[in-house]
Design a protein around this ligand. Sequence first.
Ligand SMILES: [Zn+2]
Length: 194
Amino acid sequence: MTDSIALPCDGCGQTASGEHIARRLRRLEWTTRYRPVHINTLLLGAFSPQEERDFLYAPGGEFHGEASRLLDALEISTEGKAADAVHAEFQRAGFFLTHVLECPLGKDAGQGAEAAALLTKRLEPVATRIRRSLKPKRVVLISRALGPILEKLLALELGCPVVLDNGKLFEFDGPAPTNTVARLREALAGRAGD
Ligand SMILES: [Zn+2]
């Protein structure tokens, strides 16, 4: 922790090192580039992925993990396409991805209760951002890690419906992501709300 500075990161509330801030700004820049003017569907996860290749907006175009599953669920093919073409297609379809913590969970943040506490602290600012700035037509919750704060999240004023999987979260980080992909595809093809 020798490289820590006193200020918490504005994207996640965790104590931020210089390296942390640099990564935060990099991801913010990549994301902002592909933010639709009018957001149709906001995909909301718990934490930005640890690995850059799992982060949808990373310019490397590897699309692993969460990024790959989301594109699969939204039926956006990456075959033979440059990363920016994939990002542009995602944007044109009105999709935008963000996380309650816009940074990965720190290695020393622990699991469970501590992670849930960090998420809880971010709920109000995230709700305000959704309501006032992002203004999507609907929000889809895509992380199992949002489970401990689901009720609090649903009690927030977001200004739009929250799409659930029969009352539950879409667990892209759960044990059966393939099922989740299929169910989200169905939900998005069907109705706007749940
Ligand atoms: Zn951060």
